[in-house]
Design a protein around this ligand. Structure first.
Ligand SMILES: Cc1cc2nc3c(=O)[nH]c(=O)nc-3n(C[C@H](O)[C@H](O)[C@H](O)COP(=O)(O)O)c2cc1C
Length: 210
């Protein structure tokens, strides 16, 4: 089975990137899983517009390779910092541009929305931020984990969980990094077992599929 690990912070070896490295250590404990880590900033992706809506253009070779890899993966882990209650622009643009692999625009669900195509993909999100954990828990709807989980549910992917830390020195916090190792192992096991959505999604989300 294949899992892609996408590091989306422009700051390498800092918080979310180090969380991802430790999550990968945990995933590697499970046999039969092939993991590839990719830095999103290494992939040039034009902003979405009507012309490139159907897929990568000729000069976007690396983006084409990345979307082909996603199509052949069983899992996708996205690590990101919180930027202005959202994600860095490059990650937002990547999510806008993968519309062509994520949505079937010719098919509409019960509420008239395009049908999600990522049902084969099991997601996990690692999020760093400067807001303390207790405040993020209260204001969860204004933070990237909530938004990312929602978007990928819209794409019909399986959402297996997310982990947020508000420690701005998470990259040297052994307790947090050990948690990432633990969560990586659990996630990889769930990918291997083809688990369904996490408990939160199962309680609060009903897919309006056709
Ligand atoms: C441009 C910018 C915007 C930010 N906006 C927020 C924010 O809205 N909420 C928050 O909790 N932290 C915010 N932060 C803090 C970062 O999310 C935090 O420092 C995080 O740990 C950085 O992660 P990284 O080391 O993986 O890049 C912001 C940082 C920057 C540089």
């Amino acid at each position: 089975m294949k899992i892609l690990a996408l590091s989306s912070s422009p700051s390498r070896h800092r918080n979310s990137d180090t969380m991802l490295d430790n999550f990968i250590i945990g995933m590697n404990k499970i046999d039969g899983i092939e993991i590839e880590k990719i830095y999103l900033e290494d992939i040039a992706i034009d902003f979405y517009n009507f012309e490139n809506g159907n897929g990568p253009l000729l000069h976007e070779g690396d983006f084409k390779i990345l979307t082909d890899k996603i199509k052949n993966s069983d899992g996708l882990v996205i690590a990101t910092p919180t930027y202005n209650f959202s994600v860095p622009a490059h990650l937002k643009n990547f999510i806008d541009r993968i519309r062509f692999i994520s949505l079937d625009l010719k098919n509409r669900n019960k509420i008239g929305q395009p049908v999600g195509k990522l049902s084969y993909l099991r997601m996990y999100f690692l999020v760093s931020g400067g807001t303390p954990n207790w405040a993020e828990t209260i204001l969860f709807f204004a933070f990237p984990s909530f938004w990312l989980r929602g978007v990928f549910l819209y794409f019909n992917a399986k959402v297996l969980g997310s982990f947020y830390t508000g420690d701005v020195r998470a990259f040297e916090n052994k307790k947090i990094l050990d948690k990432c190792i633990n969560k990586g192992e659990k996630y990889a096991r769930k990918v291997k077992n083809k688990n369904n959505n996490s408990i939160l999604e199962r309680i609060f989300f009903r897919s309006p599929q056709i």
